[in-house]
Ligand binder design. Structure first.
Ligand code: 3PG
Length: 411
């Protein structure tokens, strides 16, 4: 056991045991249900390999209620089977009689993947571990399992049912992905030199603003550069008219109220937050570059940062000793709008210590063949930056509590 605060697979006898493993298989999917990037699915193979002699029950989620890619785990099971070389049986039930009988009839070496845990309306409620432990899901599944492993580092910043509930009812520890993340990110926090720059993009504006505030307050970052939708929200907060179409998009994502919050951040950390100076707009698939003060005149959606911003940001990144990238700078799945994301990745790859957080941007790094140029590719987006920001992740805290309970019960 490397981290003495929580238990790992090495602390349990997993042979013949029924091991319930919370994994994070949340992947970008197209409207036809095809998985566009399977980095997360591949990441858990190290854990499954170490559980070859167990009966493994996987719990996972795909997306969030209300989103287009909120769907079943069928495709994930198929993809995982192809990598594992063994069948990962998809069971279209979470804790009902079909799920329970499927678990009861498992044999050593079997792996099943239960249905999307977020189909259960209680999954996403933010509650304590002991409250989650009282739910039907935990009460129905726990008696059928011997050990719980949390391998879902990427969702361990959420106080959700399948992350916390079983740590109260079963001997619990970390899977190999969780273990690796904590070791590597700890190295990042302690080992990275100054200046340290966080480059935050993507669509999770609430998470990014929280992290920006934390790392600027606690000194973990000297500067924060903002791109993507969070960049637009902050441009608006700084007084730039970003145009109706971009404001409407922010509203549709439920982030409009964050503009007020953004204003306070800009006042508080004046000069330590870098915002785009120009943007690339999507005009029927064509890339049109405009300075940010011309956004309202064009009223077209921002799909990337512009060239001037790319030059300024990449220069800053190259001069940093530690760089943390989270979230793409634009709609990087469309070639014409991938430039900002790609150039930021290339410049970060040249810095001394670099961490990539977030599935989408990690996928880009892998596609660009730059995987080995980074100190660590985290499977986590929000979880990775929360961890680096010095926040306690509920999923990890629950594992620590479970370790204390386990040690007390075995001594
Ligand atoms: C992620 O993709 O970052 C994790 O799977 C968590 O997903 P969430 O932000 O929908 O909770």
């Amino acid at each position: 056991m490397i981290n003495k605060d929580f238990l790992t697979i090495d602390d349990f006898n997993t042979d013949d045991a029924t091991v319930l493993v919370r994994v994070d298989l949340n992947s970008p999917m197209d409207p036809d249900g095809n998985i566009l990037d399977d980095m997360r699915i591949r990441s858990h193979l190290i854990t499954l390999k170490d559980l070859e002699n167990s009966k493994v029950v996987l719990l996972a989620h795909q997306s969030r209620p209300g989103k287009n890619d909120f769907t079943t785990m069928r495709a994930h099971a198929l993809r995982m089977s192809s990598y594992l070389g063994r069948t990962v049986k998809y069971v279209d039930d979470i804790f009902g009689s079909h799920a329970r009988s499927s678990i009861s009839s498992m044999r050593k070496g079997d792996v099943i993947l239960l249905e999307n845990v977020r189909f259960n309306s209680e999954e996403m409620l933010k509650r304590s571990a002991s409250e989650h432990a009282q739910t039907h899901m935990v009460q129905q599944l726990s008696p059928l399992c011997d050990i719980f492993l949390n391998d879902a580092f990427a969702v361990s910043h959420r106080a959700q049912l399948s992350i916390l509930g079983f740590t109260e009812t079963l001997p619990s520890g970390a899977g190999r992905v969780m273990e690796k993340e904590v070791i590597s990110l700890d190295k990042g926090i302690k080992g990275g030199g100054a200046p340290c720059i966080f480059v935050l993009g993507g669509a999770k504006v609430d998470d990014s603003l929280k992290v920006a505030e934390n790392v600027l307050s606690n000194g973990n970052a000297d500067r924060v550069l903002l791109t993507g939708i969070v960049g637009n929200v902050m441009l608006s907060a700084s007084g730039v008219d970003i145009g109706k179409v971009n404001i409407d998009f922010i509203k549709s994502q439920g982030y409009i109220d964050l503009i007020e919050n953004g204003k306070k951040l800009i006042d508080k950390f004046n000069g330590r937050i870098g915002l785009p100076m120009d943007a690339a707009l999507n005009d029927n698939g064509n890339r049109i570059e405009v300075p940010v003060d011309e956004l309202s005149k064009n009223d077209l959606p921002v799909y990337d940062i512009g060239l001037e911003t790319i030059v300024k940001f990449t220069k800053e990144i190259e001069n940093a000793k530690t760089v943390v990238l989270n979230g793409p700078a634009g709609v990087s799945e469309i070639d014409a709008f991938a430039l900002g994301t790609h150039e930021i990745i290339r410049s970060a790859a040249r810095s001394e210590f670099s961490i990539i957080g977030g599935g989408h941007i990690s996928a880009e790094v892998i596609n660009m063949g730059l995987e080995n140029s980074f100190s660590h590719l985290s499977t986590g987006g929000g979880a990775c930056i929360d961890y680096l920001a010095g926040e306690k992740l509920p999923g990890i805290e629950a594992l620590k509590d479970a370790a204390l309970r386990y040690k007390r019960s075995t001594h």
